[in-house]
Design a protein around this ligand. Structure first.
Ligand code: ADP
Length: 163
């Protein structure tokens, strides 16, 4: 029985689509680690500390979820954490190719690490962090896309000064 699963990603920022996957993983696994990948080539709009804080707030109702960050290879992080299941979300067919490649490469490097895919819930199928960033940038309403408890923070951080 696997106890810990890791849900890796950028979470820049966390959306209702991510929270949906996290909540469902938290019903299956005793422990879920949401792990933010620090990518030196992709700074991101939010600092890693801010992303962690937003995820913690959005998942405050889920006691078996914790938030961490890592750099380097996911498989090394998995071994260090003592976790052997990676959870990833799938939206459209367009996600598949990249996810398939990553899962294969990770399996090649670490056959003891299993990647588990969860289908998006239909209401989140079109949702991504970049959609949220783009709409909020121009002052659009993102209340249907991110949890209410982080809405103001996300909106304020993303809105571009118009004057
Ligand atoms: P990455 O940069 O690694 O793709 P993201 O933060 O964009 O990181 O996504 C992390 C994971 O969550 C990925 O597996 C992605 O497919 C999944 N995901 C993102 N948005 C959704 C959504 N709306 N529904 C289901 N899964 C999602």
């Amino acid at each position: 029985m696997q106890r810990i699963c890791v849900y890796p990603g950028s979470f820049d920022p966390v959306t209702n689509g991510h929270v949906d996957i996290i909540s469902r993983a938290a019903m299956i696994f005793p422990e879920v680690v949401v792990a933010i990948l620090i990518n030196p080539a992709k700074a991101g709009k939010f600092t890693v500390e801010k992303r962690m804080e937003l995820i913690r707030r959005a998942c405050a109702h889920l006691p078996n979820v914790r938030v961490e960050h890592f750099d380097g290879l996911l498989v090394d992080y998995m071994h260090k954490t003592g976790a052997s299941v990676v959870v990833r979300g799938l939206r459209a067919v367009s996600d598949f190719e990249n996810e398939f490649q990553m899962a294969q490469v990770n399996h090649q490097m670490a056959p003891d690490v299993e990647t588990l895919f969860m289908m998006t819930s239909p209401e989140c199928a079109y949702l991504s962090s970049s959609v949220v960033r783009e709409i909020a940038r121009f002052g659009g309403d993102i209340s249907a896309f991110v949890p209410a408890c982080i809405l103001e923070d996300v909106q304020a951080a993303l809105k571009e000064k118009q004057d």
